[in-house]
Write a protein that binds this ligand. Sequence first.
Ligand SMILES: [Cu+2]
Length: 345
Amino acid sequence: MRPNRRWWTVAAAAVALPILLTGCGASIPVLQPKGPVGHEELKLIIFPLILMTCVALIVFAIFAYVMIKYRARPENADYVPPETDGSSLLETIWTVIPVLIVVAIAIPTVIVTFRLQKPPTTSTAPAKTVSETPAAASMAAKTKQKPLVIYVASAEWKWLFSYPQLGIETVNYLYIPAGQPVDFQLTAIGPMNSFWIPALGGMEMDMPGEDLGLWLQADQPGKYLGRSAQYSGSGFAHMTFNVYAKTPAEFYNWAANIKAHAPQLTTAKYESLLKPGQVGTMAFSGDINPNNYNGSKDMTGMPGIASGMPIPGTVSPSSNTSSSSMSGMSMSGDNSSGSMGGKNQ
Ligand SMILES: [Cu+2]
């Protein structure tokens, strides 16, 4: 290959690469966050990326300069370096610079991490498209001044969600009000998993016996994918769920409808949900919060924690009063598929 032809190929590749790679961002929800938490975290991805790009460019520029300037030539064929012991000044420089870079990345990371322990303050109330029914309005009043709390529990291999303030539960799908911070309280029954809605923000572990919190908020109505980000066994790949962000009115209408029409979660149904296996989406009404959630961190009423929602053997009698004929009925917009228990191939 003649030299000018080779340069032309390199130049063509250099131009084509950025153009071809522009398509990559389109399908990565983390890079197109739909809520304030995701936006904050995106900054923590972009900042080190820019910093590291600068470092890499400087290092490669110096590398190229040294390689060309000190290359072997006939004039310096018998060159012997005068000193080979090293330079204290240079050693100090390239030890201190990485320390400064780590500090520069750590400071914003720590600041944002602590800020995300609190609910997002930016609120973008989406436009009203429907009006609340009276039942929905009374439900909305319960969470008006407080954040919406959702208990999240992973069980092999499904996601159990509970809305303690509203007295409803869902399995493998979520509705949230757009423009309102949601306080997710996470635990696990069985193996550890990781609760992750990439479009809204970073993941958080959910572990048995632990009660970890994650604030998330959707700015606009939409449908987002949620999943487990932590391998937990053969059904792990199917531990995905849809998150439907709705306008507050639509959300409370939905919640009131579930409360009014979904079957109650019986002890038997709840215990069958804890068995390994995959299920479709489900919704339940009722109050499986026997200890009466009081908003405190140590009394979240979560499944898997003895003080809270029923775990097998500790189900309170009050949650055991529904008609068994209705249990298991699916009340969600999704297609209910899959079977309970035993299906763990
Ligand atoms: Cu992690």
